[in-house]
Design a protein around this ligand. Sequence first.
Ligand SMILES: Cc1cc2nc3c(=O)[nH]c(=O)nc-3n(C[C@H](O)[C@H](O)[C@H](O)COP(=O)(O)OP(=O)(O)OC[C@H]3O[C@@H](n4cnc5c(N)ncnc54)[C@H](O)[C@@H]3O)c2cc1C
Length: 339
Amino acid sequence: MAAFDVIIVGAGPAGCAAAYDLGAAGKKVLLLDKKDFPRKKSCAGMIPASVVKNLRYSVAPVLQRKVSRSRIILNDERSEYISENISLASREEFDHYCLMQTLQQGVLFKRIGGIARIDLSGGVLIRTEEGEELRADVVIGCDGAISTVRKIFWPEVQPAYAFALEADVPHCPHIPQEEICFDFTAIKNGYGWICSKKDHINVGIYCRDHRYIKKADLICFIRKYDLEEPPEISGAPINIGNNATSPAADGVLLAGDAAGFTDPLTGGGIHEALISGQYAAQAVLEAHCGQSFQRYLELVLPLQQRIENKRRCADFLYARIPSEQGFAELLHSAERLTS
Ligand SMILES: Cc1cc2nc3c(=O)[nH]c(=O)nc-3n(C[C@H](O)[C@H](O)[C@H](O)COP(=O)(O)OP(=O)(O)OC[C@H]3O[C@@H](n4cnc5c(N)ncnc54)[C@H](O)[C@@H]3O)c2cc1C
């Protein structure tokens, strides 16, 4: 039976971040995913500056353009601009590139049909859907919003799912390419975005409650901005909370979307996935007597607190849309009231 120091389930930003650091430290790491890479991933591909900064390698080859200005719409009468550095990428290219960097650290990658079961007697024993058995000291669940690892170990957790829909449409002259538009009037309890990539516009809507978002809402948003209707719309849930129990137990750590580490205000989670993946690796490397989960809980606590503050800000902000106040002012009031 194949045996590893660490098995990581899911090779997105969280899984690759954890695997990279563990591989670089000389651990024997197996990274499992149910997809072959490059693979499609529903995402706007807005990569925050903090991700570019915190990655262990340059992702310049897969960044299409950098945008430093966002247009914010909080009511139908006016819009305002804020400065924020965001790089734009295709997630298909970005995730594939990160996986290639990770494999260079000696990490092994294996495509599997899925996880059938995980036992924790005398270490971790994973049985794949294909019937293969794999052993490790620790498993890190980085398998996204509908995480199988989370369901196996925390079956009682009922995450709060947000949802986002997105589509690619052709460029058009009336949409400025040097800014991203965030329109909070597009949908209740969420927003619509328009961002110009290298050879198309990505347009989408995010709603904090997965039950109240329909493809028709995105079509309506697309028509509002006179964009061409897309042949295809894709979407996915985002785990934004209710992960009541802790994201770790003896031998099992959860990172990224699997743990609900996403920003409830925006639905973005690449930063949180990267940071929590790196913390998971750090916890494994620093653990004494195999107690990596306790170290991980210490490391992720500030991240969890930041997410909790963002949740309160999101409650405050979305309850006041449409708003006559400016975005910065509104956010400032939210932060004052919630801190
Ligand atoms: C439409 C949309 C737009 C978004 N736009 C942005 C954005 O612009 N910026 C931003 O920061 N965030 C965005 N997000 C959120 C972002 O995509 C996620 O927060 C981020 O991908 C989380 O990374 P992760 O590694 O935790 O999980 P994922 O990226 O979801 O990776 C999980 C991996 O696990 C694999 N997997 C799943 N189940 C199994 C299994 N049972 N066995 C093996 N492998 C498995 C999957 O194939 C996948 O490769 C968006 C989300 C959506 C839905």
